[in-house]
Design a protein around this ligand. Structure first.
Ligand SMILES: [Zn+2]
Length: 326
């Protein structure tokens, strides 16, 4: 196995026993190359810091989930040596906890019922203007959405990997640009589903997550997640975003793009390719005869500064294990 002492000294990360990271896949599709990259990055960041690494199934949008996919994802993670700490959490089993929070927010008038339709919001210019905030609506025969009061602006933040990230701005007439006020987001939809933007924040707090390493496809929503954390009285977390694998500009590798499931029988090759993708070109497949030795090496090699600082990387079409053309 190659000597790792030199690389280790180049990293700027100290061991942090309080570090808790997580990988949170949606069981709507199996693990593919793009999601393996994200899982690996969050695993290596956690383990390099001597922290815990959790897995959470984001199956809140149950109609989109496919039975058995959770098991397939977990099996793939294990085949790639990415062993999680503790029990896997399922969002579909957390509804009573989410409902308690929503009830408390309604009780303290931090949330309210909203009867606005999609058409009405479109007429507001696409951004909800707080129309129902002071109406005191109560649930009747009509199913109403529930919104969270947010009286703040989206703030810039320092990303652990990408560096300074500015907050999204709103372009006004006459090329004027102003800071974007956050709209009161939906936390429970008309169809009674809890919103992703609420439960992702609640679950991270509930699981004691301190560091979120995820794909750049979520970097634009991070200022909002930080905002929701703050308005619920929680400390914001540390966020780091890694490049996403894409088949063309703006089209990330996904189930919708026919990404093929990762082949568990070539786990060593897959991990080496994922490391190259992230910027660790020096890792050579032939230097390793087991997943464990490869991962130990990668853990010591991990360095946020070395991760490629670009939001997406186009993966070549001829790599048929990345995706198949329908
Ligand atoms: Zn409304």
């Amino acid at each position: 196995m190659p000597n790792t002492s030199k690389q280790h000294s180049e990293s700027d990360l100290d061991p942090n026993p309080n570090y808790t990271g997580r990988f949170a896949p949606s069981p709507s599709g199996q693990l593919h190359f793009g999601s393996l990259v994200t899982a690996l990055a969050s695993y290596l960041d956690a383990k390099h810091c001597h922290g815990r690494w959790l897995v959470r199934m984001e199956d809140i949008d149950e109609p989109r989930c496919i039975a058995g996919t959770d098991t397939a994802i977990l099996h793939s993670l294990e085949a790639h040596g990415l062993q999680w700490d503790g029990e896997v959490m399922y969002q579909s089993q957390q509804h009573s906890r989410y409902q308690e929070v929503v009830n408390a927010l309604l009780h303290h008038q931090q949330a309210y019922y909203c009867s606005c339709t999609r058409k009405m919001i479109k007429a507001m210019g696409g951004t909800y203007n707080g129309h129902c905030r002071d109406k005191g609506l109560t649930p009747s025969n009509d199913q109403l959405a529930i919104r969270l009061k947010l009286d703040t602006e989206l703030a810039p933040f320092t990303d652990l990997i990408m560096g300074e990230v500015s907050a999204p701005h709103q372009k006004l007439a006459g090329h004027k640009v102003e800071k974007q006020r956050v709209e009161d987001i939906t936390i429970k939809r008309r169809d009674q589903l809890f919103s992703y933007n609420l439960v992702v924040v609640l679950d991270d707090v509930f699981q004691g997550v301190t560091h979120v390493i995820r794909g750049c496809d979520l970097i634009d929503v991070t200022p909002l997640h930080r905002c929701v954390h703050q308005s619920l009285g929680y400390q914001p977390l540390e966020y780091g975003h890694v490049p996403v694998a894409a088949i063309a500009p703006g089209r990330k590798l996904s189930k919708q793009n026919h990404a093929t499931p990762i082949d568990n029988t070539t786990a060593l090759e897959n991990i080496v390719r994922a490391l190259h993708f992230l910027g660790f070109d020096e890792v050579k497949r032939q230097d390793f005869n087991s997943i464990d030795s490869l991962l130990s090496f990668a853990i010591s090699l991990w360095n946020r500064k070395k991760v490629v600082k670009t939001p997406e990387i186009i993966v070549p079409q001829h790599e048929s294990t990345y995706y198949s053309v329908p």
